[in-house]
Write a protein that binds this ligand. Structure first.
Ligand code: MG
Length: 203
């Protein structure tokens, strides 16, 4: 099982971090050991002093596939949730500056937190997916699939040229503007289409 993540998929977020808007999906991966779900807490890592939350729509792959056409991509996922792509921003900035891979800043234990799954009908897949992310009940991020530079179908078509998709793989689709720091004791919650489905406690 792998976790594919898209970077810079919302124009405003690319700008807030001073990054160029990409012409093809920016892809990185997190290992299975990064995944945390349900009531398990996330522990603030001791190698960072600047942990950021990035709220994202996460889709679940439901069919094995390679070289999937964008028009068929909707057949390859069955559920969505909201997740947090936790990022050790100070570590990432240092690695980026040196032109080194990001994995230590993005793939550590607990760095891929996801909420409860919402099974999507074919009709619901065509609708706009809205989400909101709160820290200690304060709204910090909101976004929807219409603001994404690359849609989930385009992402599936792109990444499946490089990586065979397997049932159970996850795709984090990038974060909108409003990322920021979080601290031990924070409760990070998220809603999808107005319904709460994620609750993460940072320790
Ligand atoms: Mg992200």
């Amino acid at each position: 099982m792998k976790i594919l993540c898209i970077g810079r998929n919302y124009v405003e977020h690319a700008h807030e971090l001073g990054n160029a808007v990409p012409t093809e999906p920016v892809v990185f991966m997190k290992p299975h050991s990064a995944l945390t779900q349900g009531r398990r807490p996330v522990f603030y890592p001791d190698f960072t002093n600047e942990l950021h939350y990035e709220g994202e729509l996460v889709f679940r792959i439901s069919k094995n596939g390679k070289h999937v056409a964008a028009k068929d991509a909707h057949l390859y996922y069955d559920a969505v949730t909201v997740g947090v792509d936790f990022t050790a921003r100070d570590k990432q900035s240092m690695l980026k500056e040196k032109g080194l891979p990001w994995e230590k800043a993005k793939g550590f234990d607990g760095s891929a937190f996801i909420g409860n799954w919402v099974i999507l009908s074919e009709q619901e897949k065509k609708e706009v997916h809205h989400f909101r992310l709160y820290v200690n009940d304060e709204l910090r991020q909101q976004g929807d699939s219409s603001l994404m530079l690359f849609s989930i179908d385009t992402i599936i078509a792109d990444v499946s040229q490089y990586f065979t998709l397997n049932i159970g793989d996850l795709i984090f689709t990038g974060t909108p503007a409003g990322v920021g720091e979080c601290f031990p004791g924070d409760a990070i919650t998220a809603s999808y289409q107005g319904k709460k489905l994620m609750h993460c406690v940072l320790k």
